[in-house]
Design a binder for this molecule. Structure first.
Ligand SMILES: [Zn+2]
Length: 671
């Protein structure tokens, strides 16, 4: 018969809300009853630093205070401040030991570090705005503060400065004197690397190490610290996010919570150990509408990513994050009896039927309540779908953060921004441009504290963030990777050219860009294709000509073939839709301007024209980048003459002619 897991743990976050000593002891009493043997003590985070470090007194002097906070209806002033002296920590460690519970301390890095950096901003990143250090932000580069609301913040310990790593190791030196057990947790989750991307120290380190991404820099930093801990005879535990930078040696314990489970599987495959804390099964700060006792019973003890590697699973751990847990009463409601259910699952490898499981849990709950703690009533242990829905609606109401807190509304956008900045590099947009754009978005998060001039980049990033979101969970999910990349490359080129033509004001005209972003217009080979039904709703396709299109017959015909295939697969009603185009490139007038060998005429060869607009000045816009407004006061003599087309078109304009444009339908192969 198989054994239970050696690791049966719960996590207590005391950063978001401080918990008095006597209350922690009560929870330890109850955890013992549940059958737990590990307490993961989450001592530091953006919203508070709770452990005394003698070498750095400001960590608690500044980092343990935040005053009024904003966590939905749990926005009181209770338990927002406070920390544990080293003497108190020893007392808790000893108390837990008497109860058969080993404590794993967590000191977070490089992210979730706002409280730490509010105390010691010099260990954060250096900030350079447009090539110079901004004097307003020199002392506190990113306006670090102990955060007062829920959220994920981009404040990271600098990965480039040796002194930042020494600082962290100094802290761990004291931590190791307090916790005698082998495992130390150093966090690693949710580190948004927007600052690292912009930090000259971090970038210099990456160059020196020859690594390409900030994820790899995080992994490098974790390895440095992990090696340091190993040299002191300790093991390092990290959240699974760290694996995004590459695999870790097998002496690292990975705590799986969400995402990236393939990387976790690879860690197992190479002999590494993991702790399972899946959000879907074990997050006890979640409402019962998401995870009730029955759900815990039902959750696969070995999730799919760990199948076949059971011996690498050290055990289960249920975290209690405390944004919405202000006191012992609330903690007890969230924890019990769900903690008992997790412990039972961890200790009993054989599946048990639900009535037996429930019976054991009910007995544990009785014992826990005898301690004076009140757990969740039995009515919440096994909810119907309707009851779950109601419970979740209640939860929504309780946790709604007041709109005066900007971060909560931008948290998702920050993560999306990071993702988008990386994507922009992937499609060849210069990093400096992407960052200036991102700066503008971040500036809004910092209450305008850092404002950089906008060169139009901001609008593009807004659009691309929407596109990236759509690629992840919106309309773009269904299309192939190459169509996505080509369309977005074309989109960004278009937007940049559009800006060249219109200047800042015309940049974000909503009627242009969302077509690509919302997957209504696709680049397929040389051309772009847009679905645009006529007034009666009949399917029609409009052709757009990207500025880099090769207008020779073979690539054009190939593009049309690709388009027919694409629409047949994804939009069958458009498979045979007529294709139209309206452009100055179809203007018959061009035959007077250009030599017969001009590539443009190959494009014209496919079309039957049904309307010409001899007076159209569209060509002036696209050939000379002059807007309609500029054209009103245009001195024709000053027009550019860099290309054949420009020279002949300028001559035409000076003689009083206009290049014109035309509408046409594609009726034959290009020749
Ligand atoms: Zn840095």
């Amino acid at each position: 018969m198989a054994n239970g897991f050696e690791y049966r743990g719960f996590m207590l976050d005391v950063s978001r809300h401080y918990m008095p000593m006597r209350d922690i002891k009560k929870l330890i009493d109850a955890a013992q009853i549940c059958g737990m043997n590990r307490m993961h003590w989450h001592l530091t985070d953006d919203q508070g630093w709770r452990i005394e470090i003698k070498k750095y007194p400001r960590l608690t002097g500044i980092g343990s205070h935040r005053g009024q906070s904003y966590f939905g209806v749990f926005s009181d002033t209770e338990n927002n401040d406070g920390f544990y002296t080293q003497k108190e920590i020893r007392e808790i460690v000893a108390y837990a030991k008497e109860h058969g519970i080993e404590i794993i301390p967590e000191i977070e890095m490089p992210g979730h570090a706002s409280a730490m950096l509010a105390a010691y901003p010099q260990f954060g990143c250096r900030r350079v705005v447009h090539g110079r250090t901004d004097s307003r932000i020199k002392d506190n580069p990113y306006n670090y503060q102990v955060e007062v609301s829920v959220g994920i913040y981009p404040d990271l310990i600098c990965g480039g400065k040796d002194e930042s790593i020494r600082f962290f190791e100094d802290i761990l030196d004291e931590v190791m004197t307090l916790f005698p057990y082998p495992v130390i947790h150093i966090g690693g989750d949710e580190a948004i690397k927007l600052h690292w991307r912009r930090c000259p120290d971090c970038q210099a380190r990456m160059e020196k190490l020859g690594i390409q991404t900030e994820e790899e820099l995080q992994r490098w930093m974790v390895l440095e610290v992990g090696e340091y801990l190993a040299s002191k005879g300790r093991k390092t535990m990290v959240w699974c996010d760290v694996l995004a930078g590459g695999p870790l040696p097998d002496h690292f314990i990975v705590q799986q919570w969400m995402g990236a489970s393939e990387a976790t599987r690879a860690h197992l495959a190479s002999g590494g150990k993991i702790i399972i804390s899946d959000t879907a099964g074990y997050y006890l700060d979640y409402p019962f509408g998401r995870i009730d006792v029955h759900d815990i019973w039902q959750y696969p003890r070995i999730p799919a990513y760990a199948e076949g590697y059971e011996s690498g699973v050290l055990g289960l751990e249920c975290p209690l994050w405390t944004e919405y847990v202000t006191d012992l009463k609330r903690a007890s409601f969230q924890l019990f009896p769900r903690m008992a259910a997790v412990a039972l699952k961890a200790s009993e490898p054989e599946s048990m039927d639900w009535p037996a499981f429930r019976g054991l849990i009910a007995a544990k709950q009785k014992e826990i309540e005898a301690l004076g703690l009140t757990g969740a009533p039995e009515s919440l242990w096994e909810l119907t779908p309707e009851q779950k829905k109601e419970n979740l609606a209640d939860w929504e109401r309780l946790t709604r953060t007041p709109s005066i807190m900007p971060y909560i509304h931008f948290e998702n956008r920050l993560m999306l921004l990071e993702h988008t900045e990386r994507f922009m590099e992937e499609i060849g947009i210069p990093k400096a441009f992407a960052e200036r754009a991102g700066d503008r978005i971040m500036a809004s998060l910092y209450h305008g504290h850092i404002v950089t001039e906008d060169d139009g980049a901001g609008e593009m990033v807004h659009q691309l963030m929407e596109a990236v979101r759509n690629r992840r969970d919106g309309v773009w999910t269904m299309f192939p990777e190459n169509v996505w990349l080509d369309t977005m490359k074309c989109f960004t080129r278009f937007v940049q050219e559009h800006r060249q033509c219109y200047g800042y004001d015309g940049y974000d005209r909503g009627f242009w860009t969302p077509r690509q972003v919302q997957a209504k217009l696709f680049r397929l080979g040389e051309l772009e294709y847009e679905m645009l039904p006529d007034k009666e709703g009949n399917p029609r396709i409009f052709l757009h000509i990207p500025s880099d299109a090769n207008l020779m017959p073979d690539p054009l015909n190939e593009s049309v073939r690709l388009a027919r295939e694409f629409f047949a697969s994804y939009f069958p009603e458009y498979a045979d839709a007529p294709m139209f185009c309206e452009t100055w490139l179809l203007s018959p007038k061009l035959h007077e301007l250009l030599p017969e060998t001009a590539k443009i005429f190959h494009f014209q060869s496919g079309f039957e024209l049904y309307g010409t607009h001899p007076d159209s000045k569209a060509a002036i816009l696209w050939v000379f980048h002059k807007t309609a407004i500029q054209q009103k006061t245009l001195d024709l003599n000053e027009l550019d003459e860099s290309t054949t087309l420009q020279r002949s078109m300028k001559a035409l304009l000076l003689s009083g002619g206009a290049p014109g444009s035309a509408d046409g339908q594609l009726v034959r192969p290009f020749s």
